[in-house]
Design a protein around this ligand. Structure first.
Ligand code: SUG
Length: 439
């Protein structure tokens, strides 16, 4: 047992190129908002407000920087030699295939739940915190994130006495991996040994019907991560997500369930088989199940009720940080008004810009359990307090545009703005020269 370990929520900062490009089949919000104008400044400030709420509730909050845009990995993969002038590359993509332009400009790294799968040191074979950056190969724009995420995590979690950052899994569909969005953990206290829940959408035996939404997580990917982190096989459970949930638009399992402490808050139709049976080995398991007749899968997906953050405050009360959309639907409003057992209070946050691309409160954060010595071994100034959030908000106000339209993505001026902003951010967060344009 490790005393005083806390769960740090590392939120992805929304990047200055946040836009709506419809790049994610099976993600109904992304499809619905394709090609609409986005609001990067509002988006980033909404994310910062959410972090401020968690901080004020007494939780430990961290931040992860946006990735460089256009993505140097993406441009290289699309055939542009390193010395191509960036403006020329963007113009050529805009003329030939605009969707590739949006792919290299996407701000999708903001959804930090997809950055990596993380195992706390209390559970791993070598008592270090293990990270596997997700390869995100199911969508082109997100497939550029894996190596960039590895670089960010290796900068922050550089101290190899405490941390191991693995390479992303092989870029092959058998290893399709979407990170912590399909992973949960049960533990009485964060620092105590936990039970790991890995949720997959397909393995090689599951036949995916033609026309069905993509199954983004494979069993093989989850098993490989569990093994490489040195997790105890007796404390690891692999569960299949319900096909019906994926086909209703739950492209990640965190759209239909969330864990905290020894609790699982979930939709009745989230899993293919009885979750109570599959989690029988979890000591003191607390199931908070929402029946399908009270809340349809469609309403679960449109409200993102289960993409809330379920967190335990220092006074031991359990709070649900839900998207304000739950107040707009009658079914979710009534469910929450019934004061479900296991949830002491509900706070709502307005993160409309992220929600319009299918990213709720839980998508925006990566949970990392850290002991005091692990926290003091961090390699950058990424744990935030209120003054730091004020500085980040002022930084957003200085550099982000109010509005971005699809055609603006090829604007060379935007590239300059992004570089100026990110350069300043690396100084603010003491990240060093992190980005390619800084080399
Ligand atoms: O991978 N949307 C993201 C949303 C990720 C949400 N994360 C979790 N559920 N954990 C995705 O589908 C849309 C980008 C666009 O269409 O412009 C996008 O990538």
């Amino acid at each position: 047992m490790t005393d005083n370990a806390v769960e740090v929520n590392f939120d992805g900062l929304v990047g200055p190129t946040h836009n709506f490009a419809g790049l994610s089949p099976g993600n109904v919000a992304s499809q619905r908002h394709a090609q609409q104008a986005s609001h990067p400044k509002a988006a980033a400030l909404q994310g910062i407000d959410k972090m401020r709420l968690l901080l004020r509730l007494g939780l430990t909050q961290g931040v992860l920087p946006p990735h460089e845009r256009p993505s140097p990995i993406g441009l290289a993969a699309l055939g542009f030699p390193r010395d191509t002038e960036t403006a020329a590359a963007l113009r050529s993509l805009a003329d030939a295939r605009p969707w590739l332009l949006s792919a290299v400009m996407s701000s999708s790294a903001m959804w930090a739940a997809n950055a990596a799968t993380v195992s706390p040191s209390a559970d791993t074979g070598d008592a270090r915190v293990h990270f596997t950056p997700a390869n995100l190969i199911s969508t082109l724009h997100r497939s550029f994130e894996g190596p960039a995420t590895a670089r960010v995590l290796r900068r922050i979690f550089a101290d190899d006495r405490h941390f191991v950052v693995h390479d992303p899994l092989p870029s092959h569909e058998s290893f399709a991996d979407e990170g912590a969005a399909n992973h949960g953990r049960f533990a009485a206290e964060h620092g105590q040994p936990g039970m790991h829940l890995f949720v997959y959408g397909r393995d090689n035996e599951i036949v995916v019907p033609p026309g069905a939404f993509p199954r983004r997580q494979t069993l093989l990917a989850s098993q490989t991560i569990a093994a490489s982190h040195g997790l105890d096989p007796d404390r690891t459970v692999f569960v299949q997500q319900a096909s019906a949930a994926i086909d209703a638009g739950a492209f990640h399992n965190d759209v239909v369930s969330v864990t905290n402490g020894r609790a699982l808050f979930f939709h009745q139709h989230a899993f293919e088989e009885s979750i109570a049976d599959q989690l029988a080995a979890v000591d003191g398991l607390q199931l908070i199940e929402v029946p399908g007749e009270q809340l349809s899968l469609d309403d679960a997906v449109s409200s993102y009720l289960f993409n809330s953050q379920l967190v335990t405050l220092p006074d031991a009360s359990v709070v649900l940080i839900a998207p304000s959309d739950v107040l707009e639907l009658e079914s979710t409003r009534e469910y929450l008004a019934s004061k479900p057992g296991g949830i002491d209070a509900v706070h709502t946050v307005s993160i409309r810009e992220s929600m319009s691309n299918g990213g709720g409160p839980a998508c925006l954060r990566l949970r990392v359990v850290l002991t005091p010595s692990e926290r003091s071994a961090l390699g950058a100034r990424v744990l935030v307090d209120e003054p730091m959030l004020d500085q980040l908000a002022a930084w957003v106000e200085r550099h982000y545009r109010d509005e971005l339209r699809p055609a603006d993505l090829a604007d060379p001026q935007l590239v300059d703005e992004v570089r100026t902003a990110l350069d300043e951010l690396t100084q603010l967060l003491a990240l060093g020269d992190l980005y390619d344009f800084q080399q």
